[in-house]
Design a protein around this ligand. Structure first.
Ligand code: AMP
Length: 400
């Protein structure tokens, strides 16, 4: 199994202490040893409630410290050797692996073992992990059900369930699998759900499968994080590529480029590579090993540019990304917010540059409504800006 380190970068914290939240002494030492001094707002709000065993809904994004908000209560309440009692469903392999890294660290005190059941990798090592008496399973929904059907894992003893990035899991089409898993679990369990948004289908899951949950909402005012400068480059369709190349010359920092489709991520990667750019790519058609390696070389600065699709790029938790470029405008506003959230992590500043054509203008308007401001129209050297027609009151024109 690939080992993944816990990312560490600046986040806003509260002035509370972890011991105020009810964390026990040995685990406090691990937290301190790792370098977390104070809890983040989501941790301060979720941990005391979660420790009482109540259901919790946390409205929080990646970058808020939400992983430790559910991992610490699991680490406190579970002990080793009584079957699989904790289950975490995560949308992507990267998020699952990162969560396992948190569990390995904070679960050390209670000797907790975690099996990671993610799709796209061989089953055999996962059978081995399951034979080694895990106490917690962190899984992507499809692969978990695969194991359930083969009876290589039993969900009978699950006492603590976490649905991480629930809205992201729904976007990926996991709703039927999630419902299937939830129906198999004992009713007598604690459920914690984390999501950046609360669409109706998530409210329905909460209504059908949770018991009187406490809601914790720590989303910042307005959907997007502070510290982000948004820019819009309106161009002709055939000028999208030159605009991207010019933008990459203009801002020389670490840059994440989003495309909508996997084939376009692949295509852009090759174009940029041929131009001599230090570039890596990440999309769902790659093997797990390639994806982990792309993230690593980007994180370590070997590649300044990472080309990603929404699904692969959404959970990316890398500090120091200075610019996000939307080579294709996202399909919906939530994706824009998520893409933008990859930059300006913690207290850093970041730029989100969107390359768009006139056909994308309806989506631009929706994004502006959500941001609560007009995104400044910008031009990049050597590329003609597409002139938007300002809406004028309807006037009769003379026909000629
Ligand atoms: P997450 O939202 O769980 O992806 O966490 C975002 C980042 O915050 C990760 O790099 C964590 O290592 C870091 N982090 C989480 N909690 C704390 C804390 N209490 N103090 C400092 N850093 C933290």
């Amino acid at each position: 199994m690939t080992t993944v380190a816990i990312p560490q970068h600046p986040v806003s914290t509260t002035d509370k202490s972890f011991s105020d939240l009810g964390i026990s002494e040995p685990i406090l030492r691990t937290i301190e040893g790792f370098g977390f001094l104070n809890p983040t707002p989501i941790q301060a709000a979720v941990i005391p409630t979660a420790l009482t065993g109540r259901d919790v809904i946390g409205l929080a994004q990646t970058g808020s410290g939400k992983t430790a908000a559910f991992v610490l209560p699991l680490a406190e309440r579970l002990t080793h050797g009584q079957g699989v009692r904790g289950l975490i469903l995560a949308p992507t392999r990267e998020i699952a692996l990162q969560t396992k890294a948190f569990l390995d660290l904070f679960g050390k005190e209670h000797e907790l073992r975690t099996a990671c059941l993610i799709g796209g990798v061989k089953m055999k090592p996962q059978f081995d992990e399951l034979r080694a008496q895990p106490d917690i399973v962190v899984a992507t929904p499809g692969r978990l059900l695969d194991h359930v059907q083969r009876r290589s894992v039993s969900l009978d003893k699950i006492e603590m369930l976490v649905l991480d990035e629930a809205d992201h899991m729904l976007d990926l089409g996991f709703l039927p699998q999630i419902r299937d898993v939830l129906r198999r679990l004992s009713r007598d369990r604690q459920t914690m759900m984390f999501s950046a948004t609360m669409p109706d289908s998530i409210e329905m899951i909460a209504r059908d499968f949770m018991r009187d949950p406490v809601r914790v909402d720590i989303m910042p005012e307005g959907a997007a994080a502070e510290g982000i400068t948004h820019r819009l480059y309106l161009v002709k369709q055939e000028d999208k590529r030159p605009a991207l190349l010019a933008l990459l010359q203009q801002e020389l920092g670490s840059t994440l480029v989003f495309t909508r489709r996997k084939v376009d991520a692949e295509w852009l990667f090759h174009i940029l590579e041929r131009q001599g750019h230090p570039v890596a790519r990440i999309h769902a058609d790659q093997s797990q090993g390639k994806r982990v390696s792309a993230l690593k070389t980007f994180r370590e600065g070997q590649h300044r540019i990472l080309v990603a699709t929404d699904i692969a790029g959404r959970g990316i938790d890398i500090p120091g990304i200075e610019q996000v470029i939307n080579f294709d405008i996202p399909e919906n506003v939530e994706d824009y917010v998520h893409r933008a959230g990859r930059t300006a992590r913690g207290r850093a500043l970041g730029i989100v540059s969107t390359i768009a054509t006139w056909q994308d203008l309806p989506m631009v308007r929706k994004i502006e409504e959500t941001l609560g401001e007009k995104v400044p129209r910008c031009a990049v050297a050597g590329v003609e800006a597409w002139e938007e027609l300002e809406k004028k009151p309807a006037a009769r024109r003379n026909r000629v």
